[in-house]
Design a protein around this ligand. Structure first.
Ligand code: CUA
Length: 448
């Protein structure tokens, strides 16, 4: 019955075979790719802002258009054959097939020739792109700026070999080190040495360049250039463990004088707010004045980023550099001093360096000397606000599951530690009360 109805339908209403729903959905999804201007988010590879990403975008479009032409040709021939030679009656279903052209030398050679031509059209810009993106062009090499990027589970460290700082405890001098926010000069080629501390990561700034893997015990590099000052999103693009998806970073490109001013501030030791009034009187700090009541527990999976910030991120980055942004409450020197003491008491200094304030630090933890000048914390995941610092300090595992600050690393304790009998039981090593967290937040926010 159903079959009869279908046959009747097709006789009275001849039409093209209906495309499956999935094919229609795929076609709809492909439209914005073809009209790339629609995809202009912070991680868009189609809305580029530097020559390396631009060459990669050109290669994408060359490949896309060649394959679109092939698709249209093949699909047209297929559609033509499907419509013209379809079985209209049951007699057609048992008829002899139409004459076949298989083995026709003209057709075969034409198809081979067209395929080779398509490959050549794609291969020429591909080879040119590989050579161009591999290293800084000869003409720009002398003026290129060099940095080193190292991937850790799950954050990025950036070293500036040309900029030296005084290490704590008279340990000599070392390159300036920052975390999660790579600040570069705009309009100038930047060559980035890529390294990995633990597992394979991948360095990717969609609007500027990428992706190149960061591989343990193997030197890799890439180069990029930002056409103009801007604030760009970066992302680890190689699965590297449970928090891979939240391993992010930012690239901030600045004009030459602003970049020099930023470097100068970063090279200084940590800012000393406590010296003004609180002195060493940490134990009697007036805890009642703290703002900890404002900090609430933020549930897991709450986004750590606000649309307000993203509306004009470079302007907001600049505001973050100001020691006292307009409208901010006066610094609570006593609270900051309490936080500074807690940074030692809670063993934060075992891993984190704060030059000028604390001796120590480990090579696998972010340098926090100027953490308050960054717009992000927790591996570029959270906007650097008091509420988010509080969230990160009180619930690191809830923000970035499995992180080493929580679990410990190489026999060193994090917030948790294995039980004495070395079973799989974990016990708390670092406990932070609400007033303590507020003091730590105040201290970290003073580090401009
Ligand atoms: Cu690092 Cu994915």
């Amino acid at each position: 019955m159903l079959r009869r109805m279908r046959r009747a339908g097709s006789r009275f209403c001849p039409r093209l075979p209906a495309f499956p729903r999935a094919a229609r959905a795929a076609a709809l999804l492909a439209l914005p790719v073809i009209f790339g201007g629609w995809l202009s988010g912070p991680q868009s590879t189609l809305d580029t802002e530097g020559p390396v990403a631009e060459s990669q975008r050109h290669l994408f479009y060359t490949t896309l258009w060649v394959t679109v032409v092939i698709f249209v040709l093949v699909a047209s021939v297929l559609a033509y054959a499907t419509i013209k030679f379809r079985a209209r009656t049951s007699a057609d279903e048992h008829a002899e097939p139409p004459p076949q052209s298989h083995g026709n030398p003209l057709v075969e050679l034409t198809l081979i020739g067209l395929s080779v031509a398509a490959l050549v059209v794609i291969a020429i810009p591909t080879l040119r792109g590989i050579m161009y993106t591999y290293d800084v062009p000869e003409a720009e090499r002398a003026g290129a700026y060099e940095v080193t990027a190292t991937g850790f589970q799950w954050w990025f460290k950036f070293d500036y070999p040309a900029e030296e700082v005084e290490l704590p405890n008279n340990a000599g001098r070392a390159p300036l080190t920052v975390a999660n926010e790579l600040v570069i000069p705009a309009g100038r080629a930047v060559r980035i040495d890529l390294r990995a501390y633990d597992v394979i990561h991948s360095f990717w700034v969609p609007k500027l360049a990428g992706k190149v893997d960061m591989i343990p015990n193997r030197g890799n590099h890439l180069w990029l250039k930002a056409d103009r000052p801007g604030y760009y999103w970066g992302q680890c693009a190689e699965f590297c463990g449970e928090s891979h998806a939240v391993m992010r970073f930012r690239v901030i490109a600045l004009a030459a004088d602003e970049f020099a001013a930023w470097l100068e501030n970063q090279k200084h030791n940590a800012r000393d707010t406590a010296a003004q009034s609180a002195g060493d009187n940490n134990d009697t700090a007036p805890a009642a004045r703290v703002q900890f009541a404002a900090y609430e527990k933020i549930p897991r999976n709450t986004p750590g980023w606000s649309a307000d910030f993203d509306a004009d991120p470079l302007v907001n980055w600049r505001r973050q550099q100001e020691p006292r942004p307009a409208g901010s409450p006066p610094a609570d020197a006593a609270l900051i001093a309490r936080g500074r003491a807690l940074f030692t008491e809670k063993t934060c200094i075992t891993c984190h360096t704060i030059r000028g304030h604390h001796i120590g630090g480990a090579p696998f933890a972010p340098d926090l000397t100027h953490v308050a000048t960054r717009t992000t914390i927790a591996g570029g995941l959270l906007e650097n606000t008091g509420a988010n610092l509080h969230r990160w300090i009180t619930d690191p595992d809830g923000v970035k599951p499995g992180n080493k600050m929580w679990r410990g690393v190489g026999g060193m304790s994090g917030y948790t530690v294995r039980d004495d009998d070395n079973t799989l039981d974990w016990r708390t090593h670092i406990a932070v009360t609400a007033p303590e967290a507020a003091a730590l937040v105040a201290y970290l926010q003073s580090l401009k």
